[in-house]
Design a protein around this ligand. Structure first.
Ligand code: ASP
Length: 432
């Protein structure tokens, strides 16, 4: 007789010496899903675990080497804040500050933040704290969502946008600007057109600094919310990230979001990456090398979009970063580089998820991610943007050292938000 699911999972957790939280993080599923698999079959909330999970766990517990790799033999030391610090400071400049364990710990905190992000609860753990949002380059989402995240934890926000109205237009150095701002605010989010510039800001102050995008360098908070979205969607679909096929599409040369995302994804095991870009906009070689060093991944590069997305579990499309093009003569994508409903129907399954960091260029001839997918539930772009809030709240809570206060600080909201935020939101939107 087959072993009961409950017994099978308990046995695996015992062999691996993992708590429920740690086990669900290692397997890459939500704690909530695991809880439902661990209930007696007679329970109303009982759920059968997907076959792929049973196979994955069986493979680990039956193989000595894998067992050792996944088991918790070395207890984690120190707080998450200490484990991700950089140059001895509580700042977030690059996804390279994370390991698989620490990134998943951040995601557990983001799960705790969800009721606040979904306007069911309020919290004031950052009451009295002020955030300085310094954006020297165009932004809507990142600036507003960082600000909203800080406010939803009880803090307040001061903003400055563009060079024209900043003292930098008068020749002020990054060092001076950063040191001055550090005297006014308790944390800063900085976006700047030059790669490496946010690290320069960070070096000139001891307060928490978050990289909100430095040229074509990195965009760590975007990649964190992207990975969180992938794991949340996979949990709903009963898929695992280890072994999945991720197609990264578009301007891979200048797109900072994909530079950060592929480094984070590479923390998982056995992924297949297809990097599909127009000629001249390929992923930089140093990033491919760093992905390859991380694990046993298959990394394929192609200039053929159809080849790139065939059978993908995730399609991550990007915009041409026109503002950063140099010698390349590319204004928009050609039509054969556009992700459309027809293309996805032809080359992908019903459970593929389609992502984009946004903004998508909806002008004619841009050939960016097509709006004909808007009513397709595979399109996850607004679930992605919604996830920006809990992720950015989690980042602030960790950098400011209040993560353990959040849960007990929550009160019910006094107003009533709509049940669906967008008219086209799929039925599962808002589930986690
Ligand atoms: N919003 C993203 C960024 O700031 C993506 C983009 O602009 O294309 O990098």
């Amino acid at each position: 007789m087959a072993v009961a699911q409950q017994v099978f999972l308990r046995d695996a957790m015992r062999k691996l010496n993992l708590t429920r939280d740690m086990f669900s993080a290692r397997v890459g599923v939500k704690r909530r899903a695991l809880d439902s698999w661990l209930l007696p079959e007679s329970s109303l909330d009982y759920r059968a675990m997907p076959e792929v999970v049973r196979r994955f766990v069986t493979e680990i517990v039956e193989n000595e080497a894998l067992l050792e790799k996944y088991a918790d033999s070395a207890p984690r030391r120190g707080s998450l804040r200490d484990r991700i610090e950089i140059n001895g400071k509580n700042q977030l400049l690059s996804v390279e500050q994370f390991t698989r364990d620490s990134v998943e710990e951040l995601f557990s905190l983001a799960d705790i933040m969800q009721p606040i992000a979904r306007r069911q609860k309020v919290s004031r753990v950052l009451e009295g704290a002020v955030l300085g949002n310094l954006f020297f380059e165009a932004s809507t989402r990142t600036r507003v969502s960082f600000g909203a995240a800080f406010c939803r934890l009880g803090g307040s926000v001061c903003d400055t946008t563009g060079f024209t109205f900043s003292s930098m237009a008068k020749g002020e150095s990054i060092y001076d600007t950063s040191r001055v701002m550090g005297g006014y605010v308790d944390a800063m989010v900085i976006r700047h057109p030059e790669q490496g510039s946010v690290a320069e800001f960070a070096a000139a102050t001891n307060i928490p600094v978050v990289n909100g995008g430095d040229g074509s360098g990195e965009h760590p908070s975007q990649a964190l919310l992207d990975l969180y979205t992938i794991l949340t969607e996979f949990s709903r679909l009963g898929k695992l990230l280890d072994g999945a096929h991720v197609a990264v599409v578009g301007d891979l040369k200048y797109g900072r979001t994909v530079h950060s995302l592929v480094k984070l994804l590479a923390l998982y095991r056995g992924l297949k990456f297809t990097l599909a870009s127009p000629r001249g906009l390929e992923m930089p070689a140093d990033i491919i090398e760093s992905m390859a060093r991380q694990g046993n991944h298959v990394i394929e590069q192609t200039n053929d979009l159809n080849e790139g997305i065939k059978g993908a579990d995730v399609i991550y499309a990007t915009r041409v970063q026109k503002e950063r093009l140099q010698a390349e003569d590319i204004q928009g994508y050609s039509p054969d580089f556009q992700i459309t409903q027809a293309l996805v129907d032809r080359y992908c399954d019903q459970d593929t998820i389609i992502m984009h960091p946004l903004p998508r260029d909806s002008r004619p001839l841009a050939n960016d991610l097509s709006t004909d997918l808007n009513k397709d539930p595979r399109l996850a772009i607004f679930r992605q943007t919604d996830n920006g809030i809990p992720i950015r709240m989690a980042i602030f809570a960790v950098l400011m050292g209040v993560e353990n206060l959040v849960q007990h600080s929550m009160r019910d909201v006094t107003w009533s938000p709509p049940s669906h935020i967008g008219p086209d939101d799929a039925i599962f939107h808002g589930m986690y």
